[in-house]
Design a protein around this ligand. Structure first.
Ligand SMILES: [Cu+2]
Length: 139
């Protein structure tokens, strides 16, 4: 039993290392587009990767209707879910599925106040697949 436990633990560490390498590779591949994306005429592109949003922080204008181009070139099933905060989950501003290798257009009216919204992929939150939508009066 102890051997099995040790083996599964080793496997977990191996898989963890593998995921880390994948993330580093992904970060390298996407580094060219890694700057926080400013709102350009209400259009923002966010790419869902295994397991991160790229960029993970976007800045948008308060009260503006934003057209999110959500791309998923990955093999993972992600969600594009936005809450007012990580703790306030009563009403999602949006909760959209982003299936593997599919793109979605999500239109979302930003709150009329300065606030940092919580972007999260629900199945991968524990893997750190989260982000911020920073709503500013004058971005
Ligand atoms: Cu995900």
């Amino acid at each position: 039993m102890k051997a099995i436990r040790l083996w599964t633990r080793g496997l977990r560490i191996t898989l963890g290392g593998f995921a880390l390498v994948l993330m580093l590779v992904a970060a390298g591949v996407w580094a060219t587009a890694a700057e926080p994306e400013e709102s350009a005429q209400g259009e923002v592109t966010v790419t869902a990767l295994n397991f991160a949003f790229e960029p993970s922080t976007v800045v948008v204008k308060a009260g503006e209707k934003i057209r999110f181009q959500v791309k998923n070139p990955s093999s993972g099933y992600h969600t594009f879910t936005v809450y007012r905060s990580s703790k306030d989950r009563e009403n999602a501003l949006v909760d959209a599925d982003v299936p593997p290798r599919q793109d979605q257009v999500i239109e979302l009216e930003m709150p009329d106040e300065e606030i940092t919204l919580y972007l999260v992929c629900l199945p991968h939150e524990s893997l750190g697949m989260v982000g911020s939508i920073v709503v500013k009066a004058n971005p």
